[in-house]
Ligand binder design. Structure first.
Ligand code: AMP
Ligand code: MG
Length: 332
């Protein structure tokens, strides 16, 4: 069973879909954090409920769409109000702010004022398919960015400077959840597993081939594939998921907190592979903002693997061996 399973290829559709049969004895299916999930695992027992509970708990802690989540409470708080964090929330926010520093705010969780204004993500709404007014963008840009927050890590307390400053962990939470799911499988004694949550994938106990969707293509074909090894998590971000075109320019859901506008780099899709899911997911978003030159420098600086697809259909790799599907793409 496992031998057969190892020979499958996974394709990414909107980021990743399962292409063939399951890699392990059992498979849990469900929906969490706005995405379908599929978790296959080799275990003498049923972990489906534990997996569902884990994803539900991550969502209820960190989703801005759940009123009782720590992010919603913090976002509704007044400037200067002290919000007390659980040990886990404290660590997640600490790591998220550290990633914002590491990426020079290319990934920045304090981006919700801009996310709301641009409205690409439900429940927020777009202003038709017309960019917001410059004055509104400027106001939201001033309210965005991690400088708006102070995390007193030793005290497990966070405060903000403006009433309207707000956090959104949408760019990193799936990676975090996939990492937690791998930990769960490991702790319970599962020997092999493959966790898939809305295109973010984690591997346990074995290596699995992964295909990455050709960005901006209407077909569901893959651009390149690579092998995800035991303990690794991969996340893909791209400018082709939620976007519109206005006066010949593309506007999409990955925003640059430094400009207030959607990222306009030469990278249209970034796939990052790391042992830590929060890092993989946050870096994937950051690299789309940073572009090839700064994105490659960031990955090299932190020793993180990745493959970036450029507008010119070049695949730029950092520490990752990839196979392109055909001559549509070129590895550089
Ligand atoms: P991802 O698909 O992981 O790149 O996450 C994109 C989502 O994260 C968006 O839909 C926004 O909710 C949020 N977001 C957009 N731009 C950024 C950014 N530069 N840093 C952090 N979060 C962002
Ligand atoms: Mg991300």
């Amino acid at each position: 069973m496992m031998k057969k399973a190892l020979s499958i290829i996974l394709l990414l559709a909107l980021l990743v879909v399962f292409f063939a049969c399951s890699p392990a004895e059992r498979t849990a299916y469900g929906f969490s954090m706005g995405s379908d999930y599929k978790v296959s695992y080799d275990f003498n027992g049923d972990l489906d409920k534990e997996i569902a509970d884990l994803f539900a708990s991550v969502e209820s802690s960190y989703s801005v769409r759940v009123d009782s989540s720590v992010l919603s409470r913090l976002n509704a708080a007044k400037a200067g109000e002290m919000i007390t964090l659980t040990t886990e929330e404290n660590e997640v926010l600490y790591q998220a702010f550290a990633l914002a520093s590491a990426t020079r705010s290319a990934f920045d969780p304090a981006i919700l004022p801009l996310v709301k204004l641009w409205g690409f993500d439900p429940p927020y709404e777009m202003n038709g398919e017309v960019p917001p007014a410059d004055s509104a963008i400027l106001k939201a840009t001033i309210l965005s960015g991690m400088d708006q927050f102070t995390l007193y890590h030793d005290l497990s307390i966070i405060t903000k400077r403006s009433d309207d400053a707000a956090l959104d962990l949408g760019a990193a939470i799936k990676g975090y959840a996939v990492g937690r799911a791998l930990d769960l499988l490991r702790e319970k004694g599962a020997t092999k597993g493959l966790v898939w949550l809305g295109g973010t994938v984690g591997a346990l106990g074995d290596s699995y081939p992964i295909g990455v969707t050709a960005p901006r293509e209407s077909n569901q074909d893959y651009a390149f594939r690579f092998t995800l090894s035991d303990g690794e998590i991969c996340a893909t971000s791209g400018d082709y998921e939620r976007y519109y075109e206005y006066e010949g320019k593309r506007y999409h859901h990955i925003l640059d907190v430094n400009t207030g506008y959607p990222a306009s780099s030469d990278v249209i899709s970034a796939t990052i592979v790391a042992k830590d899911g929060l890092i993989a997911d946050a870096f994937a978003t950051a690299v789309v903002v940073l572009g090839v030159e700064k994105g490659v420098a960031l990955l090299e600086e932190y020793g993180i693997k990745g493959a970036l697809v450029t507008k010119e259909k070049k695949v730029v790799t950092v520490g990752l061996t990839v196979t392109i599907k055909d001559t549509t793409y070129e590895i550089v």
